[in-house]
Design a protein around this ligand. Structure first.
Ligand code: CTP
Length: 437
């Protein structure tokens, strides 16, 4: 029924006020230019699911670049046009970004002799998309603001939990859609509809993915690794026989248990209030590679063009994670400072892996102690204090403060006074550092 078709209320409830404002403004500007404008793709899907959506993708029946310019002129923002694709991006002052596409009528005009087919440029634009659940739009013009446009039954598929391509050539046109599909399956807990699954399997059998650049493939993998539960998607890659192509020479079975548990480790670490990893996808990449020999692991990283810094991080993780884990499990118990050194040699991105290997509560708590020492425990004295003791500033200062830090986390010194004495003893061993003590 009509009321069901309009999701205006859902938009007001589900989107931030600023977001809604941009959508309404786009509608006003379009009306003035004599165009129709729609928000398309992820936004409708996420609104209907009650999930957060941050992207704004507009489709204009008319000149998208012109609409983008008018929008930015009027409401302040910069615009960047891509004439080749008739698209534009508007960057608003608050950091928000809107992508504007042109639905191009001229491409799809039917011959005059053909009967009038009920179609539109929006229809054609949506038809080029990957799955029905992503091929819905919502009107932004004032008179029908919030009306859902759903040519392909996306809403019903969404309700039934089905991921369905719009036509049989979809995976041939763009084989990365198989990977996108896996990501959506797990993110929204839905499944490939049988015919779509068959087409996906065919695309895999015909090795379609090999036709896509490894950069694009990596982009998809990276996105998959940033989902809340990447292990589900990774298991699906194995099922669909994509694993060996994506991670040649890497054994999945050996890693499965750890991969399945990693999201729990991440959760625990989050509760420890440490800084989050800079590159969340790397947590999973490290776990995927952690049993692989370093040469092969490196090949995988190079295959996907990880940059030098990323390469170094992954390799430090693969080299050092076991040392941390075994150190924490050491029967005699190692000093905190020894463990801290080992921890400092691996990137944050491999803490979840280490934690996944710590099976008992005692070693887990020890890990937390060490991490806390590494991140939060600082000596209470500084270079000024050392100068006040009469020492000459120099490279020895840094070493002395480091020694104090070690002594402190090992519990050898507790008060500022004890730290000063410790530093004094340390520096007295350095000729030339002594001034007039
Ligand atoms: N799309 C496609 N084929 C691709 C990539 C994208 O058909 N290989 C279409 C999809 O229909 C999607 C739209 O382009 O809705 C925008 O793409 P993107 O922003 O990547 O997708 P979202 O659906 O917004 O997904 P996410 O939430 O992961 O950003």
């Amino acid at each position: 029924d009509k009321s069901d078709k309009n999701i205006r209320e859902l938009m007001y409830r589900g989107l931030s006020a600023e977001y809604v404002l941009i959508l309404e403004r786009a509608g006003e500007v379009a009306a003035r230019l004599g165009y129709k404008v729609f928000a398309a793709g992820g936004i409708v899907r996420d609104l209907l699911l009650g999930m957060e959506c941050l992207d704004i993708d507009l489709v204009v029946e008319g000149d998208g670049m012109e609409l983008a310019r008018a929008l930015s002129l009027e409401y302040g923002g910069r615009v960047r046009v891509h004439p080749k694709f008739h698209t534009a991006t508007v960057y608003f002052a608050d950091g928000r970004q809107v992508d504007v596409a042109t639905a191009r009528v001229e491409f799809y005009q039917y011959p005059a002799a053909m009967p009038q087919v009920e179609t539109s440029s929006l229809h054609q634009d949506l038809y080029r998309r990957d799955f029905t659940i992503n091929a819905m739009a919502v009107s932004l013009n004032k008179d029908d603001f919030g009306d859902v446009v759903d040519f392909f039954g996306g809403r019903e598929d969404l309700e039934r939990g089905l991921l369905r391509v719009l036509h049989n050539l979809s995976f041939i046109e763009d084989p990365t859609r198989v990977l996108r599909g896996i990501r959506f399956e797990k993110r929204y807990n839905i499944s490939f509809e049988p015919q779509t699954l068959k087409l996906a399997r065919e695309a895999v059998q015909n090795n379609m993915l090999a036709r896509v650049s490894l950069e694009r493939v990596w982009e998809e993998i990276r996105h998959l690794l940033m989902e809340p539960r990447p292990s589900l998607g990774l298991a699906r890659l194995v099922e669909l026989q994509l694993w060996e192509y994506l991670f040649p020479g890497v054994l999945y079975a050996a890693n499965k248990v750890v991969l399945d548990e990693l999201h729990l480790s991440i959760k625990v670490l989050r509760s420890w209030d440490l800084e989050e990893p800079d590159e969340p996808w790397m947590v999973y990449l490290i776990a995927i590679l952690h049993q692989t020999d370093s040469e092969k692991a490196r090949e995988i990283c190079l295959r996907y063009h990880l940059n030098k810094r990323q390469l170094e991080k992954v390799s430090a993780a693969l080299k050092g994670w076991r040392g941390v884990m075994e150190g924490l499990n050491h029967p005699e118990g190692l000093n905190t400072s020894v463990l801290a050194r080992r921890v400092m040699n691996v990137p944050r991105e491999c803490y979840p892996l280490i934690l996944a290997y710590l099976v008992n509560y005692v070693t887990r708590r020890r890990f937390r102690q060490v991490l806390t020492a590494v991140f939060y425990d600082k000596p209470s004295i500084n270079g000024k204090d050392l100068r006040a003791l009469g020492f000459k500033p120099g490279p020895a200062f840094k070493m002395a403060l480091d020694a104090v830090w070690q002594a402190r986390i090992d519990g050898l010194v507790r008060t500022k006074q004890e730290e000063l004495i410790y530093a004094k003893e340390y520096l007295s061993g350095y000729e030339g550092a002594i001034n007039d003590v």
